[in-house]
Ligand binder design. Structure first.
Ligand SMILES: Nc1ncnc2c1ncn2[C@@H]1O[C@H](COP(=O)(O)OP(=O)(O)OP(=O)(O)O)[C@@H](O)[C@H]1O
Ligand SMILES: [Mg+2]
Length: 284
């Protein structure tokens, strides 16, 4: 669905290139997560893939056609959720949707879509009275109005409370269940681990690692650890050991023989640990 090879972009007049030699592919029905800290180039990538930024070098194909060659019908086939909700604030939710619906050949019933994201009672309220979560839900509805095959969502859960974030994640999973392909950007590792089949770690415009959250976790061997709590006089002591060399770890064996243990826990690396190990950077 998405094939990117050697994609680079340099904003005119700026110093370093925003994107350098990106290569990745997204298969049909996959949720692909672009993960990286602020300024990594996530939104720039989405803007190129959605045709908002025209100049780029390398190859970027969506739905089998190079972006440069896509015509207006491209927008019938993709849906775009922007980083910042950019609605018409003085119009109501329904008026916003009707306006955007007028660009497409066919759309679902805006009222039904609003009901799906819990906004049915606010259909006739002006968007400037909406909370951030409500605006993001409206943003999602706008992106799926015409039932596109490929969805691009820039930070769909950013700044949302847990209830709204859950709702948005369920909507993404629902699109996936309907066979849609989703490209999303985020700097939230938990969301990425939950939603994505594949993720790419992006730092300073470069992809440092690509894989499924599970594969990437397995590669971060150094982060697999065992935490042992033991009695130490009247208090409880705690030590961490690398999981992989436990049998030869003299400190661990000494602890095992000489102390009364309180608890033993193995810790799988989080995607956050993996990111730090692969890129030398933390996301937050
Ligand atoms: N219009 C622009 N003109 C010049 N430089 C830009 C422009 N937009 C973005 N940049 C630069 O390109 C780089 C990538 O920005 P981008 O917005 O793609 O990052 P991001 O990963 O989406 O960050 P965030 O998590 O903050 O949204 C940054 O160094 C940014 O300053
Ligand atoms: Mg961004």
């Amino acid at each position: 669905m998405i094939e990117v090879e050697g994609l680079s972009h340099h904003y005119p007049g700026s110093g370093a290139a925003a994107l350098r030699d990106l290569t990745f592919t997204v298969g049909a029905g996959e949720v692909f997560g672009f993960l990286g800290p602020s300024g990594a180039g996530k939104s720039t990538t989405q803007k190129i893939l959605t045709g908002l930024i025209k100049p780029y070098s390398g190859r970027a194909r969506v739905l089998g056609r190079e972006l440069r060659e896509q015509g207006p019908e491209y927008y019938e086939r993709i849906g775009v959720g922007f980083e910042l909700p950019n609605h018409f604030m003085k119009l109501t939710a329904l008026e916003n949707l009707r306006f955007f619906a007028s660009f497409y050949r066919a759309t679902a019933d805006p009222r039904e879509l609003l009901a799906k994201v819990g906004l049915e009672e606010h259909a006739d309220s002006r968007v400037d009275t909406f909370s951030k979560g409500m605006k993001m839900r409206l943003c999602f509805v706008r992106a799926v109005l015409h039932d596109p095959q490929v969805l691009f969502l820039d930070e769909p859960t950013s700044g949302l409370d847990p209830v709204n974030a859950r709702l948005l994640k369920d909507l993404v999973l629902e699109e996936k269940a309907r066979g849609k392909t989703v490209f999303l950007t985020t700097h939230n590792m938990h969301d990425a681990a939950e939603l994505c089949d594949q993720v790419a770690f992006l730092v300073d415009g470069e992809i440092k690692r690509t894989g499924s959250p599970k594969e990437l976790g397995a590669q971060a061997a150094g982060s697999r650890r065992l935490t042992v709590e033991y009695e130490d006089g009247s208090v409880t002591g705690s030590r961490d050991f690398p999981l992989d060399s436990l049998g030869e770890d003299q400190e661990f064996l000494k602890l095992l023989r000489g102390r009364r243990l309180v608890s033993v826990h193995s810790q799988e690396p989080s995607l956050e640990d993996v990111f730090a190990e692969a890129t030398g950077r933390r996301l937050t």
